[in-house]
Design a protein around this ligand. Structure first.
Ligand SMILES: [Zn+2]
Length: 69
């Protein structure tokens, strides 16, 4: 049996995670959310290209919005 030695190296390594800054406009709660989470919410919320998914503030349960990466 042949074992294919194809190991895909990630270009930036496994520790490279892009984070998106989100902030709650009501209480000012700030969170940096990982790209995989943002991606998952992007699809579950049916966002279009260029839109950012919305998250809920764990402090006041208002909507957190994307403020930059
Ligand atoms: Zn809040």
């Amino acid at each position: 049996m042949d074992k294919p030695e194809k190991k895909k190296e990630l270009p930036f390594g496994p520790t490279h995670i892009q984070r998106y800054s989100y902030e709650c406009s009501s209480c000012g709660y700030h969170d940096d959310i990982e790209d995989i989470v943002v991606d998952a919410y992007f699809f579950s919320q049916g966002c279009k290209t260029g839109e950012y998914p919305k998250f809920t503030s764990p402090k006041c349960h208002n909507t957190m919005k994307y403020v930059g990466s």
